[in-house]
Design a protein around this ligand. Structure first.
Ligand SMILES: [Zn+2]
Length: 102
């Protein structure tokens, strides 16, 4: 069991997140302006979002090229969508039926 989780609480991740929080560009998800002066947990504070989700590409979790600035609310909305898809038994978009099943 690892002590730290890439993309969540490693030293590298904390450095990426600290750099992302000073970003001034638009939110990568909604395109609206970021507000570096707002602090977590404000819904419009800036957070580091993964371009490819950690569960899809754990090896890219701590890769700065896989991280972009997003509003906290935009980031958590995506997480909720993923959770809901899982809850409905969907994973990504393709459902593969085992040939043994028929
Ligand atoms: Zn946004």
């Amino acid at each position: 069991m690892p002590v730290t989780t890439p993309g969540r609480d490693t030293y590298t991740w904390r450095r990426i997140r600290a750099a992302i929080r000073t970003a001034t560009g638009p939110c990568a998800r909604c395109g609206r302006p970021l507000h570096p002066e707002l602090r977590h947990p404000h819904p419009y504070s800036t957070t580091a979002g993964h371009i490819i989700a950690v569960e899809d590409a754990p090896e890219l979790a701590d890769d700065p090229r896989n991280v972009r600035p997003e509003h906290l609310r935009c980031n958590t909305a995506d997480g909720a969508h993923r959770t809901n898809r899982k809850r409905r038994g969907e994973h990504n978009t393709t459902l593969i039926t085992s040939p043994d099943w028929a």
